[in-house]
Design a protein around this ligand. Structure first.
Ligand SMILES: O=P(O)(O)O[C@H]1O[C@H](CO)[C@@H](O)[C@H]1O
Ligand SMILES: O=c1cc[nH]c(=O)[nH]1
Length: 234
């Protein structure tokens, strides 16, 4: 049944959902990697497509930017449409000198200052972590492709324009590999609802070097990350 944010009919959404922040990355990824992709949602311009990958049904749906937006889509996809495996395919900022722009980061954990689930967790510092089975398969797929890939902790931020250089320094010193804005809440929601979740990220810019890719590249050039996510799912 349609939700306030997704107009798809129930059977139109697969159990496996890839979630880019950018709805146009969803369109590009679906048209590039899925067989017979069809548009299943465009409420608020948040595009979603369902097709098949090697015969397996897959939905690729935008999550929007930031954890509150991701939370709306992930909640509705899980509770109203029966999504079971949710893999974020996102861009991130690199935070280690050994990590380069266009490298892939597979997020084992996601550190945060807060998430939309803070009100539920209260005093508990829950540790959002990836589904191990998905993580293992994604790492194997990345190695098989020869994609420069790093596996470890990331930071899920509430802000893109951060004004806490002390925090960035602290996290870099503690090995955090990159910063993005959705994975922690995705991991928490998956834990809450008994689903599998993973974030596969491409480094689009670098906090230490200032290097940055244009928006066009962030929309359409991160193919390895999409294939790694699809290989991990099945
Ligand atoms: O490229 P996406 O998947 O949107 O991810 C990253 O890019 C956005 C900020 O530019 C945030 O959503 C951040 O998490
Ligand atoms: O959240 C994000 C995403 C990409 N690059 C960043 O620096 N931050």
């Amino acid at each position: 049944m349609p939700t306030p944010h997704i107009s798809a009919a129930k059977g139109d959404i697969a159990e496996t959902v890839l979630l880019p922040g950018d709805p146009y990355r969803a369109k590009w990824a679906a048209e590039t990697f899925l067989d017979n992709p069809r548009l299943i949602n465009e409420v608020r311009g948040m595009l979603g497509f369902t097709g098949t990958y090697k015969g397996n049904p897959v939905t690729i749906h935008g999550s929007g930017m930031g954890m509150p937006s991701l939370s709306i889509y992930a909640n509705e996809l899980i509770t109203e449409y029966g999504a079971k495996t949710l893999i974020r395919i996102g861009s991130c900022g690199g935070m280690q000198t050994a990590i380069n722009v266009r490298d892939v980061i597979i997020a084992m954990t996601a550190t945060t200052l807060s998430t939309p689930s803070r009100g539920i967790m209260k005093e508990l510092n829950f540790a959002p972590c990836a589904d191990y089975g998905l993580l293992e398969k994604a790492v194997a797929a990345a190695r098989a492709k020869g994609t420069p890939t790093h596996v470890g902790g990331i930071y899920s931020s509430d802000v893109f324009y951060d004004e806490r250089p002390d925090l960035t320094e602290q996290m870099t010193r503690h090995g955090i590999m990159g910063v993005e804005m959705e994975a922690a809440e995705l991991y928490i929601l998956a834990a809450r609802h008994g689903c599998r979740a993973l974030a596969v990220l491409t480094v689009s810019d670098h906090l230490l070097t200032g290097e940055a890719l244009p928006s066009q590249d962030r929309e359409k050039s991160f193919g390895d990350m999409v294939e790694i996510a699809l290989e991990a799912a099945f």
